[in-house]
Each structure stands twice: as C-alpha cells, then as structure tokens.
Ligand binder design. Structure first.
Ligand code: MSP
Length: 508
C-alpha cells in the first residue's frame, strides 16, 4: 500500500439478502483505515458493494412475493448506508446486477474459454444453497452441509454445466504461495490454503442451469454466483473497456476479506485471472471473526448479530472504529461486548486522549491566553521523528492495533510530561521558557496525533484539529504535514466540548 503506485483496496461484496451486522462494518472500517492512510501518501481508491445473484436470493425473493430484481433493489439501499454510517469513504459501490458487471463477467468467461480452460460437462453432487457451494460426499457431516456455521440439508444436483479447469493451475498456485508468502496473510490462512493446494485441486462448475437468477450465458444457463462475484473487483474498474482508465491505473489491488472466503480469493480468483491473461491481486488479507462472548461467530443466521447501527448510536462511529481496530490483532478472532466498548471508550479515549487535549488547551488558555508560543526542538520532536513511518508501516501490513499502540505511546508520553513537569509550578515560579517549551510540545504533539489518528477516527481527529485553531481538516499528506514545528506561533486555539464524554452503564 502507501507506496507511490496508485493503491486499490476492496471489501468482499456482501450478500444482499443478509442484514448488515458488526462483522460487515468491521471489514469496511478496516478497508477505510487503510485507504485513508494510503490517501495521505498518494492516489488511492476503495471499493465495496453487494453480491446479488444466486439461488438463495431467488428463493428469498419468491418467499417475499417479489421478483428477484425487485427484491434486490429494495435491499440495496441499506447496504449502501453501511459504510457511510461509520464514516467509511468508498470511491465506488458495485452491485452485481449492474450492466457494467455483467459485461465484464461475460468478457472474462469468453477469455477463459478462448484459453481452453472452460469446457462443458455434467455436474452431479451435493449442493448447499445457503453457502452456494458444492460439497464432496466424503465431506458431508451426517448428510448435511459440513460448514459448522450452517449444517443445513444439502440437495443432490445433476446438470449440464460449464467447468473451469482449476486443476491446470495447481503447480502455478503452489509456486505463487511458495515464492510470495505475503500474497496471503496471516500465516494461519496461508498454511490452510497451501494444505488445500497440496490435497489437489479439482475442476469445478462455473455455471448453473437449474435456476435463472444470475448472469445469463449466451448458450443458456447462468454464471455460478461465486464466479460472478469475484469479478466485481475488476468490473468496478471498468474492465475490459476501461474507458476511464481506472483499471489501468488501479489494478492489481489488494483484497481484505474474512477468513472463511480465503479459498475463493487466493486459489480460484488468481487461477481465473491467469486463465484470462490478467494480473492477480497484489495481496489478500483474511481477517478474523468477531464472536459473541461465548465464542460463536456473530452472524444473522445465528441470531446473535449485534446491530452496528445501535452500537454507533450509543458510542459514536469513531469510538466503535477505534475499538474494532485496537481490540485484537487483525487476523485473530475476538469478542465484542458493550462493556468492553464502554471500557475502551472511557479509558483510552476519554481519560488518555480526550483529557490530554482538554488539559493542554486549558493550560494554554490559562497561562498564555490560548495562543501557541514559540516552537522548540526538544525531546518530543526527537521522540516522534520516525513515528509517521512506523505507523504507516504497521498500517500497510494491516497491523492496525500495533499502529494504535505506537500512537498511544505518544499520548502517554505527553500526559506524563504534564504530570512530571507540572506546568502550574512552572507558571508559579515564573519559569516562562520551560513553560512555553512544554505548551508548544503539547500542542504540536496534538496536531501530529490528529493527523495520525485521522484514518482511524476521522471525526474526532477533525474536532481536535479545530480545537487547535487550525483550518480545514487533518486529512493531509503526512510528508508535508508531519514536520515538527508546523504549528505556527501565535495560533489562537479554540478549546471546545470534551472529545469523548464518559458513557456510564444504565442505572440498574
Ligand atoms: N458475498 C460473499 C463475498 C463475495 S466477495 C467476491 C460473502 N458475503 S457475506 O455477506 O457473507 O460477507 C462476508 C464478509 O463479511 C466476510 O468475509 C467478512 O469480511 C465479513 N463478516 C461477516 N461476518 C463476520 C464476523 N462475524 N466477523 C468478522 N467479519 C465477518 O461472503
């Protein structure tokens, strides 16, 4: 990421028939933190959207007494709202029912056929409609879908379909994983995928003829929903016509996904692209699951989905974003609860960061009429010199928590500077030079924090910026902005409301 090359990141496209829950918000927020950091270094683009085809959708539409198109049109707006509700800013939102997507899918299909990798055959096997996946008989558990989150009955399907010669790409995939371990992170998922490749890859069917809610193929049948879905990452860039030049500029990009869909993204998708003669994604990161306190994956079908909108209303988008990025290493499972959110909100955000801003500006107000004194070049300047690079490096490797740890070390250091140097004593003993030096360090430190925190908490970082008396927003190029001494002497600060008012549990 944040390199000179234009950067492109995607979320999975969400199943339209689901209900947005905290897990979907998690992926979208992570992509937003990443792309905001990338935008602070160069050109960057982020994509999200909805996955709208497949038998599951057709069945749900029929149950609702609607045509599939009416059904997906009715559901799309709530998915469009998801990212903006958490201040996640995507450059495009793709729906797989859009004509631009169908065009790209058919073009890719044709290319793969021309390369001899797509052939006709009869498919017979066990199909789980819920997961839209074929399962070999040996994998079934008591005759049911082997996915532990599903375990629904499977159906026997037999139909004439198009097949993709995935088996032909086994060696190339093995080589990809071996020669580029960073292609898929974290290591646990990498190990899982290499084990799948080593078991041997089978061809699989990429079309369906038993139902028609999908992208129609010229000779009959529709494309398999996962085949169609993966192509969204390039159809949204305008491939193959590329009239706006987006594909040429941004592809290949990186994918952020949940760990359960790594096989599709790191085995099937690269093989599809190779077959069509196109570049494969630069990297894939498969994050962990948010679980309930009891450890089960949160999801609609389990009935324990935490409503992300209710959590946002209670804690605010920034506090929720912060929690999700700080609570666990990206890649590990972790649990969420209102108590844990409250704890981080009150302690990390309220006591550490919020108080640092409040105390610093209050003292500046009291001792210097709120006006920023002369810059200094002391210990703080030295301490933060390589902070932007370290934070950027962590974020580039999706170590969001570690990036926040680094930033928080500075918050702690500045709070400690107040406690140790006791500005009230400096003032009392007329040690003006030292007092100015400390006040400048605090304000300039806060300005840096506001720029560095902008990708994580855009609103609160903006509020910090405004209280420091600065114009515009902290959305800046780090290279230009994070130069010590950038806060001008004479700036009139503007202390305001507390950033993170305390949230107490409801009275019993
Ligand atoms: N439509 C497919 C993806 C196609 S991409 C070409 C799909 N959709 S989904 O609606 O089920 O969303 C899956 C994504 O939502 C996961 O990959 C993950 O990013 C996110 N999450 C869903 N539940 C989650 C948790 N409980 N925890 C964390 N993320 C989860 O799969």
């Amino acid at each position: 990421m944040p390199s000179q090359r234009p950067f492109y990141v995607t979320t999975p496209i969400y199943y339209i028939s689901g209900t947005p829950h905290i897990g979907h918000a998690y992926t979208s927020i992570a992509a937003d933190v990443l792309v905001r950091t990338a935008r602070a270094h160069g050109e960057a683009r982020a994509l999200t959207g909805t996955d709208e085809h497949g038998q599951k959708v057709a069945n749900a539409a029929a149950a609702a007494g609607m045509t599939p198109q009416e059904y997906v049109d009715a559901l799309a707006p709530k998915w469009r709202e998801l990212a903006p509700s958490f201040d996640a800013r995507f450059d495009d939102f793709i729906r797989t029912t859009e004509p631009r997507h169908a065009r790209a899918c058919l073009a890719l299909f044709e290319r793969m056929r021309a390369s001899g990798d797509v052939y006709e055959g009869v498919y017979e096997g066990w199909y789980c409609t819920h997961d839209e996946t074929f399962w070999p008989e040996a994998k079934l558990v008591d005759g049911r879908c082997p996915n532990p989150e599903c375990r629904r009955p499977v159906q026997w399907l037999s139909e004439k379909n198009w097949f993709f010669r995935l088996s032909a790409y086994e060696e190339r995939l093995r080589h990809l994983f071996r020669s580029n371990p960073d292609f898929l992170r974290p290591q646990s998922r990498y190990n899982e995928m290499t084990a799948i490749i080593d078991e041997g890859l089978e061809d699989f069917s990429i079309s369906r003829s038993s139902f028609d809610w999908g992208i129609p193929l010229p000779g009959g049948g529709v494309l398999y929903v996962w085949y169609d879905a993966l192509i969204n990452y390039i159809s949204a860039l305008g491939w193959p016509d590329d009239r706006d030049g987006l594909y040429a500029r941004f592809w290949p990009g990186m994918h952020i996904i949940g760990k359960e869909i790594a096989r599709f993204h790191t085995i099937i998708w690269p093989a599809m692209l190779w077959s069509a003669g196109l570049p494969i994604p630069t990297r894939v990161f498969a994050h962990g699951w948010i679980t309930s306190e009891s450890g089960t994956k949160i999801g609609k079908s389990l009935g324990n989905a935490m409503d992300p909108f209710a959590l946002r209303d209670e804690f605010g988008a920034d506090s929720l974003r912060y929690f999700l990025m700080r609570e666990a290493p990206f890649g590990s499972d972790f649990s969420i609860s209102v108590e844990k959110l409250r704890q981080r909100h009150n302690s990390d955000l309220g006591n550490d960061l919020g108080n640092l801003l409040r105390r610093s500006l209050a003292m500046l107000q009291k001792y210097r009429n709120g006006i920023v004194p002369q810059p200094t070049d002391g210990a703080v300047a030295e301490r933060v010199a390589d902070l932007p690079e370290r934070v950027r490096e962590h974020i580039a490797c999706l170590r969001f928590r570690e990036a926040l740890d680094e930033i928080w070390n500075v918050v702690t250091m500045l709070n400690r500077a107040i406690d140790e140097q006791k500005p009230w004593e400096l003032y009392k003993h007329a040690r003006g030079v030292e007092l100015d030096a400390l006040l400048y360090d605090l304000c300039e430190g806060l300005r840096w924090l506001s720029v560095l925190l902008f990708p994580f908490m855009p609103r609160k970082a903006g509020a910090m910026w405004a209280q420091l008396g600065l114009d515009g927003t902290p959305e800046r190029r780090w290279e230009d902005e994070l130069v010590w001494g950038g806060l001008a002497t004479g700036t009139q600060t503007n202390p305001g409301a507390p950033l993170f008012p305390r949230i107490d549990p409801p009275a019993a």
